[in-house]
Design a protein around this ligand. Structure first.
Ligand code: ZN
Ligand code: ZN
Length: 369
């Protein structure tokens, strides 16, 4: 079948193309997308900061309806509403069995090669049959895509698919960073550097466990306003003040129990580390370019027992963690609609990137209606 897709033809060169899409193979699912979130990681591939093979269908956050399933698929059936996950862990390797599915090598290797786990490429250009790679085993910037069974989570009938689309990346990552990686406890103080789509979810995760105070740091006034709507009790405009001094001032010079870096820059990682109190922890969620290095005061590790923790995908397991998040949303405790600022069509992806970079949107959404 032929589908329209936003294809990264070469770095910084996007085109909407009609592609040939294979039927789902064994263990695979064909999903018709209803909505897809635009994430910084898509932009990193677009810009070449995250070098992956091209041509590639971008997009790794989305929700839609299952149209067909391959042999052996049991978790979902045609007609089911699903949210997609870009980390379909194998469930059998030592990392999965150790309870760390986010570190599973199977999707990591496939993502590096832009393929499905078995090396297959479901998209290709019609005519010459040139294969088109798929970003992070998803490729949600397309009308339809083929993904592994473990890359979809079934949603209850009637779920709002635009809101649910965000669960697969930004919400899972942000709340997981707060609840699992940092294991926040009530009344712990928190600073979040970067109030974009993921940072806002760190903030609402912190709010839900009654961490306090919850300080948001960003350079965009729009994002700081959004941060307050998502649970920040204090905001620091880092464009005009020293973020480190401001956070220390807000915590009586003591620093915070947990700092989160959700920007992906070595400078902000150092700032986050420098606002933690003795015994505090810094969680790095932001994805820096592969060769970036960060300079930190080495003495602070032993003498003040400060720790630096990496966080990939919120240490989450989609099948385990998405249903409870959805229940919190349905109970009015977890905001999803407020994350969606603007809707774009497939051919407006460049404008969606622009809005994301300027801080004008919490999350830009590609809508396929
Ligand atoms: Zn993402
Ligand atoms: Zn595994």
């Amino acid at each position: 079948m032929q589908v329209a897709a936003a294809v990264l033809a070469d770095y910084e060169e996007l085109r909407v193309e009609r592609l040939e899409l294979d039927a789902p193979g064994p263990g695979e699912v064909l999903v018709r997308l209803r909505a897809a979130g635009v994430c910084h990681s898509d932009y990193h591939v677009f810009s070449g900061d995250l070098p992956l093979p091209t041509p590639m269908v971008l997009g790794h956050e989305g929700a839609g309806v299952v149209e067909a399933v391959g042999a052996g698929v049991r978790a979902v059936a045609p007609g089911d509403a699903v949210v997609l996950s870009w980390l379909p862990a194998c469930g059998r390797c030592p990392r999965c069995l150790a309870g760390r599915p986010e570190l599973c090598r199977v999707p990591a290797l496939a993502a590096e090669h832009g393929t499905l786990p078995d090396g297959r490429l479901p998209f290709r250009r019609p005519g010459n049959g040139e294969p088109v790679y798929q970003f992070s085993l998803t490729g949600t910037f397309a009308e339809r895509t083929v993904v592994p069974e473990a890359g979809v989570v079934r949603l209850p009938p009637g779920t709002d698919l635009e809101a649910a689309a965000l669960l697969g990346c930004s919400v899972l990552t942000g709340t997981g960073a707060a609840w699992r990686t940092a294991a926040l406890r009530p009344a712990e103080s928190v600073a979040v550097f970067g109030a974009g789509g993921v940072g806002l979810n760190v903030l609402q995760g912190a709010r839900l466990v009654a961490a306090f105070p919850r300080i948001a740091v960003d350079v965009h006034a729009d994002r700081l306003a959004a941060a307050q709507a998502f649970g920040a009790t204090h905001v620091v405009d880092a464009s005009s003040a020293s973020a480190v001094d401001a956070v220390l001032d807000l915590t009586d010079g003591e620093g915070v129990d947990a700092a989160f870096e959700v920007v992906g820059r070595p400078e902000t990682m150092a700032q986050a580390f420098n606002v933690t109190r003795p015994g505090g922890r810094t969680v790095v969620v932001g994805v820096a370019p592969p060769n970036a290095e960060v300079a930190l005061n080495a003495f602070a590790f032993p003498s003040q027992e400060r720790t630096l923790i990496g966080c990939w995908y919120g240490q989450s397991s989609p099948a385990r963690d998405i249903p409870p998040l959805l229940r919190l949303h349905q109970a009015g405790l977890l905001q999803l609609h407020g994350l969606i600022s603007r809707r774009y069509s497939l051919d407006q992806l460049p404008q969606a990137f622009e809005a994301m970079l300027s801080g004008a949107v919490n999350r830009a959404l590609l809508s396929f209606e």
